[in-house]
Ligand binder design. Structure first.
Ligand SMILES: [Zn+2]
Ligand SMILES: [Zn+2]
Length: 343
């Protein structure tokens, strides 16, 4: 089969013919119809994130059609449309058995811990797939796996967003934009969005943000908005801890500041008394779990989640390096690119 491989220290993926084995007893083989390109794939190419093997097939946002099933697979059959969840886990621990796979000690990401979906086919444990209804196109189904489910996990299961609460989204890239769409789908009241890129702020407005601000002038913005609003949730997708201390003061009592973006910086906070007096919560949210895909598919089917304009471009696998370049240079403010390995 055709696949795009990452070799250590090579910033471009190599398209190659590689063998694909039959799925193991608990696995299914999926013919990949669409796979989204994520910011963390760029981190991989730049050597910031290290995969477990060399070379590896990246790609962790995929949807497709079941091609083969292992001996112990009963609930899925050849021809089923599916979306593949991005996270991998042991499948046996207390977290895995209670739909909190992202907390598993062996948690990993497809395309980093095992071969991913920038390929015509992928073998994957049956517990990693959810059925995709006919009305959801493969491209939109694919991005449910990470770009949509990661912010959904943070907002719904960690943040427990309630109707009519106010939300602030910091960082409006691929995840942040979907955090805005999800906040809207869950009927938040005011949805504020911060970014330093004007194009991303345009995207944020289109996605449903009620107010957008360029956070280059953070001090001035805080001065202005602290008189008009408090937030129940602040979601930080930047991975830049500089926002935590100034913004945590914009939380309503009982509010939560949720860090979703990955960072390698150290966080030093100087406001412990405020945290206690106002019962604030500073927490992280990593990836997603198996509750998210069915819940998201339900929101989609109710017409509350529009993902059509999240797909900025579709390309065959051979053009994957061109997509990376466009994403890197942010030509035309792309949200998500999707490759189609079988076209
Ligand atoms: Zn990702
Ligand atoms: Zn586990």
């Amino acid at each position: 089969m055709k696949a795009a491989l990452y070799y250590k220290n090579n910033p471009k993926l190599i398209i190659q013919d590689v063998p694909i084995e039959d799925p193991q007893d608990h696995e299914v083989q999926v013919k990949v119809m669409a796979c989204g390109i994520c910011g963390s794939d760029l981190h991989l190419l730049h050597g910031f994130l290290k995969p477990v093997k060399d070379p590896i097939i990246p790609g962790h946002e995929a949807a497709g059609i079941i091609e083969k099933v292992g001996k112990n697979v009963q609930s899925l059959k050849k021809g089923d449309r599916v979306v593949i969840s991005a996270g991998t886990s042991c499948g046996k621990c207390e977290f895995c058995l209670s739909h909190r796979e992202n907390l598993c000690e062996e948690v990993g990401v497809l395309g980093f811990n095992r071969d991913g979906a920038f390929a015509q086919f992928i073998n994957i444990p049956q517990s990693n797939v959810a059925k995709l209804p006919d009305e959801i196109p493969f491209e939109e189904g694919a991005i449910l796996a990470d770009a949509v489910s990661t912010p959904f996990h943070a907002i719904k299961y960690v943040g427990n967003l309630q109707k009519n609460q106010n939300v602030l989204i910091v960082g409006c890239g691929g995840l942040g934009i979907h955090a805005i769409k999800i906040s809207r789908a869950l009927e938040a009241n005011q949805i504020y969005a911060f970014d330093i890129d004007e194009g991303s702020l345009e995207n944020a407005k289109k996605a449903g943000a009620t107010s957008v601000y360029n956070s280059k002038n953070l001090k001035d913005i805080i001065k202005k908005i602290q008189k008009e609003i408090k937030f129940s949730l602040i979601l930080d997708f930047t991975g830049n801890y500089d926002f935590v201390e100034p913004l945590i003061r914009l939380l309503n009592s009982g509010g939560k500041y949720i860090m979703v973006g990955l960072s390698r910086k150290e966080l030093i906070l100087k406001i412990p008394s405020l945290m206690v007096f106002r019962s604030l919560c500073l927490c992280g949210s990593y990836g997603s779990d198996s509750r998210a895909l069915p819940d998201l598919i339900d929101l989609y089917q109710k017409g509350k989640l529009n993902l059509k304009d999240s797909i900025s471009g579709i390309a065959p696998l051979d053009k994957i390096n061109d997509c990376f370049e466009i994403l890197e240079k942010r030509v035309g403010n792309p949200i998500r690119f999707v490759v189609k390995p079988n076209e």
